[in-house]
Write a protein that binds this ligand. Structure first.
Ligand SMILES: Cc1ncc(COP(=O)(O)O)c(C=O)c1O
Length: 400
């Protein structure tokens, strides 16, 4: 007899895993291999290898029985490193946010200034005043942003970096559509002695698929990010740096400072997802990009305008809805999410739509047309739940 908890989990898996169309850009579907390693015995085990900051009374590891977990971690680090041109790579951060904390702890000191995209321009809230900068007593400055192009104003950002000389400049956004032109910003960081970081939380699947931009090749000092948004891994974080000194500081700040155990079944799942990305990443990322422009076109031509059509809508897994156009259909972002959710079309309440999951299912231009029609019909008051369930059931997971 399954427990109440098992019942809830099964009901959730059936509903979200086989019936819903998910358009939330922060989520993805795990492959069956990733799910299988997640349920491994490793979920209850420890390993702690010695390094220059951790001595285990002369032993290589403070725990016994770790041989396979240590192989898994090494394999995952090598795979991540090869996707980022041989840079040092760690799968230990428990999430994108923890990777960011490790980055700040490893680079900044009390009173330093960090510059990042403001949350009012789609930047990550965590970098703004009241959040991570408060913990470390840092000052926050917003990077100049061009809202008409939904991109950094690279020249103005370079000028601001030269004027402020921040310790750390963090590129990346929670609402991200287009790659950045990093050259001018990189040059300004070099001139100012500032470190340049790239938070790839949202676009990790596109970056590792080689279809967005290549931060390490473009000269950044650190890449951090989530492993579960456009990258189809379990929830977790990555920390990447080509710099030996930053890697040493990261190592110092990891065990017993920001992390103790690193959840080894999760690390096995992330390693497996990275391995799958090495095989299928380019095709998956290409499909995401074509689906984003396609869904943008279909929604706009059906009466719900997506922003930045003149720029092709998006080069990422996200689309931004036009609030006025949605208002014309009688909805706010939150109201839309609630209405679509009733018919098993899952969106968040921020006015973003995401195409990672529909792309993972192998959907293409024709299905983006169907998804757009379902969204519009639901917003016009029709019940589209069974149509949404049928569309979802026609597709199985790809790129695994
Ligand atoms: C740009 C960015 N950085 C960091 C994070 C935090 O990631 P996580 O939820 O994996 O901790 C987010 C979360 O949405 C994000 O959008």
């Amino acid at each position: 007899m399954p427990s109440k908890i098992e019942g809830y989990v099964r009901a959730h898996d059936l509903w979200r895993g086989t019936q819903c169309i998910n358009l939330q850009p922060s989520e993805n579907i795990l492959s069956s291999a990733v799910r299988s390693v997640l349920s491994s015995d490793m979920a209850g085990r420890y390993t702690l290898r010695s390094n220059e900051f951790i001595s285990n009374s002369g032993a290589a590891n403070s725990y016994g029985g770790t041989r396979y977990m240590d192989e898994v971690e090494s394999f995952g680090e090598e795979t991540a490193s090869s996707l980022f041109h041989g840079a040092h790579a760690s799968l230990k951060p428990l999430s994108g946010h923890i990777a960011s904390l490790l980055m700040i702890a490893s680079t900044c000191r009390k009173g330093d200034t960090i510059m990042a995209v403001a949350s009012s321009d789609g930047g990550y809230d965590g970098y703004g005043e009241g959040y991570i900068p408060d913990i470390f007593s840092l000052k926050f400055e917003a990077l100049p942003f061009n809202r008409r192009k939904w991109n950094l104003d690279a020249e103005a950002a370079a000028t601001a970096i030269r004027a402020r000389r921040p310790r750390l400049v963090i590129l990346g956004q929670s609402f991200i559509l287009f790659p950045y032109d990093m050259k001018a910003i990189h040059d300004a960081c070099t001139d100012s002695g500032s470190l340049l970081a790239y938070d790839a939380s949202h676009v990790m699947g596109l970056v590792t698929g080689g279809r967005f931009q290549d931060p390490v090749a473009e000269g950044v000092d650190i890449v951090v990010g989530s492993t579960h948004k456009s990258l189809p891994g379990p929830q977790g974080g990555l920390f990447i740096t080509p710099d030996d000194g930053i890697w040493r500081e990261f190592t110092r700040n990891t065990t017993w400072r920001i992390i103790d155990n690193a959840h080894w079944n999760r690390i096995a799942g992330v390693a497996q997802a990275l391995y799958e990305m090495k095989k299928h990443g380019p095709r998956y990322a290409t499909r995401i990009q074509s689906n984003s422009s396609s869904l943008g076109r279909h929604l706009t031509s059906s009466g719900l305008e997506c922003r930045f059509g003149e720029l092709g809508y998006s080069r990422s897994h996200q689309l931004l809805l036009d609030e006025t156009s949605l208002g014309g259909l009688g909805f706010t972002f939150g109201g839309m999410s609630e209405r679509l959710g009733r018919d098993d079309i899952v969106t968040d309440t921020t006015g973003r739509l995401g195409t990672s999951e529909v792309s993972r299912l192998g959907m293409g231009d024709r299905e983006m047309g169907e998804v757009a029609s379902l969204v519009i019909e639901a917003l016009k008051g029709m019940n589209v739940k069974s149509k949404a369930n049928k569309l979802r059931k026609r597709f199985k997971l790809h790129y695994t």
